[in-house]
Structures are given as C-alpha cells and as structure tokens.
Design a protein around this ligand. Structure first.
Ligand code: GCU
Ligand code: CA
Length: 468
C-alpha cells in the first residue's frame, strides 16, 4: 500500500500550545484572485463593475456547471474558513455546490447583493490538506454563478480537532454513502471506506447490526473483524502522537445481508480526530463480480481495482455487483444501476455532485452472453454507458476494459471509437488480451485468484498512470 499523506506528528500539539500560550495566530488571511492562475474561470475575466479586488473578476457563463476554481496552498492540513467575494446584481439566488478537492462539502446560496457593484462575502469552514487544494464553485442552476472576485482563506483561530462522529469533517469517505440516517451513513456499493487521523491510545467503531468489517491502523495490512455489532474495539496500546485509521465493510450482496454502516469512531477520553488529506485522484471501478473481487475472502482489498488505485496513490471505490451485466435485459444492467446510490435500491439515484471521479474503469460484458444480449445491443448499450459516465463525470478519464473472457470485445472497442468520433477525447479502450491465464490465474475460468488480481494490477496501473 502506498503511504497515506502524513500529517507531521508534532503539528497538532504545537498548534495547541500556540493557542494556550496566547501567542498571535500564525496564519492570517490569504486572498486568491479569480483572475490569477492557477485559478480557472469558465467564462470571462471582466472589470466593468467596480469594487473588485486585483484586476478583475470571473463572470461565469450562465449555465449549470460553469465553474470557478481556486487552488489554495496550506502549510499543513487543517480547518480553514473560506470567504467567497461575489456580486449578484439580480434578485434571484445563484446556488452553487462547493467542492473541495473534488468532493462536495456544501452548497452556497449566493443571493442577490442589490447591484453588480455591491460585493459581499459568503463564508464556510472546511478541512483542507497540506499543500495544494482545489476549491471549486459549481452552479446548480442555468443562471450560473454570480460574479466571483476572490477567495479569502482564513486559518487563524480554527481548530482542527474533530469528534469522530459520522459528520466529523476530518473523516474522509470514499464511495457512495447514504446519509438518510445521519447517525449511520450506509455504504451503498462494494469497496467503500473511510479514513482519518486520531489521537489517543485506543480506537474503536460503533456498529449497528452485524457486519464483517476490516480496518487498518497506520497503513498496516487490513485486519478483519467478522460478524461484529455494537461498540467494537479495533486497536489499543497505541503510542506516539497521532495515527491514521481506515475502516471498510464487506459489501451487502446476494445472500449476505450484513449492515455496512458507520456509526462513528470511539476515541479515548480527551482524544480527537485530525485532518487527513484526500489524494488528488479518485478512481471509480464499474463492473461485476470480477470488479468486486468475488469470491475471494479478502475482497475488496485483494481485488485489482483496490490494488491498482492504491498503487497510484488514488482514492477508489467499486461500483460493482456479482452477476451484473452491461445491458438491462433479464439481468442486473449496470448501464442503469451505476447511477444508483446503492446496489440494492433501484429508485435511489446517486447525486454525482457529491464527488467527482478523476478516472472511471469499466469491466462489463462477462455476464451478458448468458442473457441473450446480441452484439448489436451490447455495442449500443456500451455507447449509452459511456455517454452517461461522461455526464456524471465531465472531466474523468474513462477506460473500457475488454473482458478477460474475451466476450463482446470488438463491440467494446467500437463503442469507444464511436465516442471518440463524437468528440470525447478522454475515453480509452483497454486491451486485456493475455493479461491472465484462465487455467492458472482464475478459480473457475472466470474469477481471478488473488494472484490473478495482482497480475491484472501490474498491467492496468501503468495504463492509468499515463492519464491521471
Ligand atoms: C450582466 C452583468 C454581468 C453578469 C451577468 C449575469 O451581464 O453585467 O457581469 O455576469 O449579468 O447575469 O451573469
Ligand atoms: Ca455571468
């Protein structure tokens, strides 16, 4: 496993001492101008409405998604109060998602300010990682953004300590988590996980009903705790300043109806969580049992999606289900199901504004043959799939793998070619011929062994590495 970005062990303690002794806050307010690179503005930099700072402001195009993005540099991970300086000369709000490092953390209303020359600040507090962070404002209505002048980042006086509860902003979630019960966010697909840093010598997790969970402290090899519920102690006797914890759950699928929910961390008395930066890339793997890693006991973390993304230092998730097809014909068709929040509720559409994948890897077609899907149907559906992934993730690199069983491979390649011809420059066919030997690298001619997944990882990783 590639090491997680580390927060210097002394940082938290040093920060606390600074506050306790009443020394002046070390960080002041940094202003980032919308007209100054690396900031990006989907629109024009204008200067026709007075009152802006710097040399201009971003007048975003008046469409959904026409965003402004700032790059914020932090000396260390921590909390920051963001102040977006904006003007909205209309009487209608211009709501926008606020995405930090690609993950939506909030929605800003951007109500009318009375005139285009009247500038106002919209503030919110977020967790940022050490080094570069992106802060993107992405409008959710056709009116687009207000005019955006600048972003103020205030790190003085903000505490980075968290409670370990599910809504603690120090806890980073990967994958699709339902918040319908805020006390128990639920992992909707395979391969979701969460992670943070924490202080104190013990760490536990609160569960609801029985579940198989795995965890890893300080990036050690994951350990299983099978069929646990209630308060579960994961590690004790830890020494040193702070530690990282990652927790994930066995996927709820087939006859396994465990309860993959996270009820919060159980910290030592007086202990707290601390920020852990998200990696720059997030890879979503869409597929069937092969992508889940079934039937291997240590899935998801022995399966090629997990291994490949970890090797690239990327976040990841497996939007995949055993037995799934591409086409929704007498089968669990991922062309529709990949848009859902979970693998088991067909009516709950996922909000793709929650996070943006930087890469999507599709491995589908192994099962369609058993459901009478014609080659023509397959190719048409694959084009639709690629179109839908593009709508969900406008900037992602999309990879369509030929399946290892050599089914519908020309059609997969043709679908990619059709999308390329239609102007999508970020879609790629992945030829997997010869990657694994069904006789020695699978359990049943279909499902790769753990060693088979390692072989696939060795081939896939360098391909993804060229693009992300
Ligand atoms: C006017 C105004 C622009 C603004 C635009 C809008 O054209 O001059 O600065 O961006 O309205 O409604 O978005
Ligand atoms: Ca505008």
């Amino acid at each position: 496993m590639r090491p997680l970005p580390l927060l210097a062990v002394g940082t938290l303690v040093a920060g606390m001492v600074t506050v306790l002794t009443g020394s002046p806050a070390t960080a002041a307010v940094n202003r980032y101008e919308a007209e100054t690179a690396p900031a990006m503005c989907t629109g024009t930099i204008d200067a026709n409405h007075a009152g802006f700072s710097g040399t201009g402001f971003c007048n975003g195009d008046n469409v959904v998604g026409a965003s402004v993005q700032f790059t914020v540099t932090m000396p260390a991970a921590g909390r920051a109060t963001l102040g977006v300086r904006f003007a909205n000369g209309t009487t209608t709000g211009r709501p926008a998602d606020v995405l930090v490092n690609g993950t939506r953390v909030s929605t800003a209303a951007f109500g009318g300010t009375g005139a285009w020359t009247t500038w106002s600040a919209s503030t919110l507090t977020v967790s940022l990682g050490a080094g570069s962070n992106t802060v993107r404002l992405s409008p959710t209505t056709a009116a687009g953004l207000p005019n955006v002048d600048s972003l103020d980042v205030d790190t003085s006086g903000s505490s980075s300590a968290g409670t370990g509860r599910p809504d603690d902003s120090n806890i980073q979630y990967y994958g699709r988590w339902s918040r319908s019960d805020p006390a128990f966010p639920a992992m909707g697909w395979a391969g979701g996980y969460l992670e943070t840093r924490f202080t104190g010598s013990v760490i536990g997790v609160r569960q609801r009903n029985a579940i198989d969970l795995y965890y890893s402290v300080d990036q050690a090899a994951p350990q299983w705790r099978r069929n646990v519920s209630g308060n579960v102690t994961l590690a004790s006797g830890l020494t040193g300043g702070s530690h990282s914890i990652r927790i994930g759950y066995r996927e709820r699928a087939g006859s396994y109806t465990g309860d993959p929910v996270f009820g919060g961390l159980i910290l030592a008395s007086g202990a707290q969580t601390a920020p852990l930066a998200r990696p720059a890339n997030l890879v979503e793997f869409i597929g069937d049992s092969i992508t889940v890693g079934q039937p291997n006991a240590n899935r998801p973390f022995t399966a090629y999606p997990w291994l490949t993304a970890e090797a690239l230092g990327a976040g990841h998730t497996q939007v995949a289900q055993g037995g799934a097809c591409l086409v929704n014909q007498d089968c669990y068709g991922m062309v529709d199901w990949f848009r859902r929040s979970s693998a088991w509720v067909s009516t709950d559409d996922w909000n793709f504004g929650t996070y943006q994948a930087t890469a999507v890897v599709i491995n589908l077609g192994t099962n369609d043959v058993g459901h009478g899907v014609s080659t023509v149907q397959f190719q048409q559906n694959y084009v639709v799939m690629l179109e839908r992934v593009r709508v969900a993730y406008p900037n992602a690199e999309i990879f369509a793998m030929g399946v290892f069983r050599n089914r519908y491979v020309p059609e997969t390649r043709n679908a990619v070619a059709a999308r390329t011809a239609a102007g999508d420059a970020k879609v790629h066919f992945v030829d997997t011929t010869g990657w694994i030997d069904p006789a020695t690298d699978t359990t049943d001619n279909v499902h790769p062994t753990d060693a088979g997944h390692v072989k696939i990882t060795q081939r896939l990783r360098p391909i993804l590495d060229q693009y992300i």
